[in-house]
Design a protein around this ligand. Structure first.
Ligand SMILES: *Cc1c(COP(=O)(O)O)cnc(C)c1O
Length: 441
C-alpha cells in the first residue's frame, strides 16, 4: 500500500471523507487523493515522494509559485513580532490601501478570513444598505457561480426561470433560500425579467464576473453591462465576487478587464497568497452601514491576522512588478494552445480557454457559456485524461467542473513538459476509445 493510500485510510477514520474540503477527496475522478508533503515553485511532492506540476495552486492563491523567498521572509519577520493580537496593526492599513489602489471601485474595505465569510458579509451588507438603508430581502445569483457555503447562497435553480431557488445542501431551510433568485449565467433577458417582477425588493445581484467554479466560463461583456445598468436603475447593489478572478485574470481583477464599476467587491484567494485572508469592500456610502459605524453586524477574531496579512502583502507586491500579468497570461495561453494542439493531433474532441492566469479545459467541441453547457461536456473522458496526466506527474483539478491555475513559476520547461505529457495522455484516450475513464461516484 502506498503512503498516500495509508494516509487516506487513516484520514477517513478521523475526518469525514478523509478531507477538510470535499473536492480534495477525488470523488468525481475516483482514485486516492495525493497527500502533499511539500511544494516549491510550480511543483509539489506527495507522501510517496512523487513530484507533480501543480495546476491548482491551492485553488488560485499561489500566483507567484510555492514558497517564494520574498513571501516566506515576510511571514518569518511577521511571526517574530507576534502571531495574533486581536487589535489593529499598521500592516492591515497598508493591506487595505493596497487593495483600494488596485481595485479603485472600492473606497473602503474590510478584511476577513475566508471567501465564504466575505461573500456572506457582502450579502448581509447589501440587504441592510439597499433601499436607502431601509433594507431589501432578495438576492439574485447565477447558476454555476459559487460564492462560498453560506446558507442563502447554497441555492440551485427551481424548475423554470424566475422561480425561487431551492437549497442545494441539506440543512438549509427553504425559508432562507426563498429570497435568493437563481438565473442562467450570461442571460441578460432573464435578469431584466427578474427586475421587472421583483425590482423593488432586490437588494443585490452577486456574480462571478469571470466564472471559475463551473470550470472557466467568461461573462459576455454585454451581460455584465446590462447587469450594471439594471442594478443602477432599480437601486440594487452590484456585487462582483472576485474571490477567484481578483488579481488572477488581470491586476485589478475582472472589473478592470471589463471596465465595470461594481458597488461591492468580494476578494480572497490571491490576496492572502495562501494564508486565510479575504475581504469585501465598496463605495463609502455602502460601507458606512457596517458595524461599528452602522447597524449591519460583522466581526472576526482573526480578521487581518498579522502573519496572514504579511503573506498577502508580499504576494501583492510581487504581482505589481512590471510585466507580471503579461508573462502570466502568455504562459497560460501557451499551455492551453499546447493542450488543444495535442488533443487535435490525437483526434479527441476538446477545447480550452484562458483568461489571465486562469484556464478551462473542456471535452466538448466549443467553449461553454453557461452551467448547462458545462454539464454537457464529457466527464468520463475528462476523468480518464486527469488520471493519465496525474500518472505523468501533472496535477490538474480533480473535477471536470473546476478551473485551472498557472503561476509565475510555470516557466517554458514546465509548460513544455505538461504539453508533452498531454500528447501521450490524449493518444491513450483515443486508443482506449475515450469515454472509458475511471468514473466512480
Ligand atoms: C473560493 C471561492 C469562494 C469561497 O472562498 P473560501 O475561502 O473557500 O471560503 C467564494 N467565491 C468564489 C468566487 C470562490 O472562487
Amino acid at each position: 500500500m502506498s503512503r498516500n493510500e495509508q494516509f487516506f485510510e487513516r484520514a477517513q477514520r478521523s475526518i469525514p471523507g478523509g478531507v477538510n474540503s470535499p473536492v480534495r477527496a477525488f470523488r468525481s475522478v475516483g482514485g486516492t487523493p495525493r497527500f502533499i508533503a511539500r511544494a516549491q515553485g510550480p511543483h509539489f511532492w506527495d507522501a510517496d515522494g512523487k513530484r507533480y506540476i501543480d495546476y491548482i495552486g491551492s485553488w488560485g492563491p499561489m500566483i507567484v509559485g510555492h514558497t517564494h523567498p520574498d513571501v516566506v521572509a515576510a511571514m518569518q519577520a511577521a511571526i517574530a513580532n507576534g502571531i495574533s493580537f486581536g487589535a489593529p496593526t499598521e500592516a492591515e492599513v497598508e493591506m487595505a490601501e493596497t487593495l483600494l489602489a488596485l481595485a479603485p471601485s472600492m473606497q473602503q474595505v474590510r478584511l476577513v478570513s475566508s471567501g465564504t465569510e466575505a461573500a456572506m458579509s457582502a450579502i448581509r451588507l447589501a440587504r441592510g444598505a439597499a433601499g436607502d438603508g431601509k433594507g431589501r430581502r432578495r438576492i439574485v445569483k447565477f447558476e454555476g457561480c459559487y460564492h462560498g457555503h453560506a446558507d442563502s447562497l447554497l441555492v440551485k435553480a427551481g424548475s423554470g426561470a424566475l422561480t425561487f431557488g431551492h437549497p442545494s445542501s441539506a440543512g438549509v431551510p427553504a425559508e432562507i433560500t426563498q429570497h435568493t433568485i437563481v438565473l442562467d449565467y450570461n442571460d441578460a433577458q432573464q435578469l431584466e425579467d427578474a427586475f421587472k417582477r421583483h425590482g423593488d425588493d432586490i437588494a443585490g445581484v452577486i456574480v462571478e464576473p469571470v466564472a471559475g467554479n463551473m470550470n472557466l466560463v467568461r461573462a459576455a461583456p454585454e451581460f455584465l453591462r446590462s447587469m450594471r445598468a439594471l442594478c443602477t436603475r432599480h437601486g440594487a447593489l452590484l456585487i462582483f465576487d472576485e474571490v477567484m478572478s481578483g488579481f488572477r485574470v488581470a491586476l485589478g481583477g475582472a472589473q478592470a478587464l471589463y471596465g465595470i464599476d461594481p458597488d461591492l467587491t468580494v476578494l480572497g484567494k490571491v490576496i492572502g497568497g495562501g494564508m486565510p485572508v479575504a475581504a469585501f469592500g465598496g463605495k463609502r456610502a455602502v460601507m458606512k452601514h457596517l458595524a461599528p459605524l452602522g447597524p449591519v453586524y460583522q466581526a472576526g477574531t482573526l480578521s487581518g491576522n498579522p502573519v496572514a496579512v504579511a503573506c498577502g502583502l508580499a504576494t501583492l507586491r510581487l504581482i505589481q512588478q512590471p510585466g507580471f500579468y503579461e508573462r502570466l497570461g502568455a504562459q497560460t495561453a501557451k499551455l492551453v494552445q499546447g493542450l488543444a494542439d495535442a488533443a487535435r493531433a490525437a483526434g479527441v474532441p476538446f477545447c480550452a480557454d484562458a483568461v489571465g492566469g486562469m484556464f478551462g479545459l473542456y471535452f466538448a467541441a466549443t467553449v461553454p457559456t453557461c452551467y448547462a453547457q458545462v454539464m454537457a461536456t464529457d466527464k468520463a473522458r475528462f476523468n480518464a485524461f486527469f488520471h493519465a496526466m496525474l500518472d505523468r506527474g501533472v496535477y490538474l483539478a480533480p473535477s471536470a467542473f473546476e478551473a485551472g491555475f498557472v503561476s509565475a513559476a510555470h516557466d517554458d520547461a514546465v509548460i513544455d513538459a505538461t504539453v508533452a505529457a498531454a500528447y501521450a495522455a490524449f493518444r491513450g484516450l483515443r486508443n482506449s476509445g475515450g469515454g472509458a475513464g475511471t468514473n466512480q461516484p
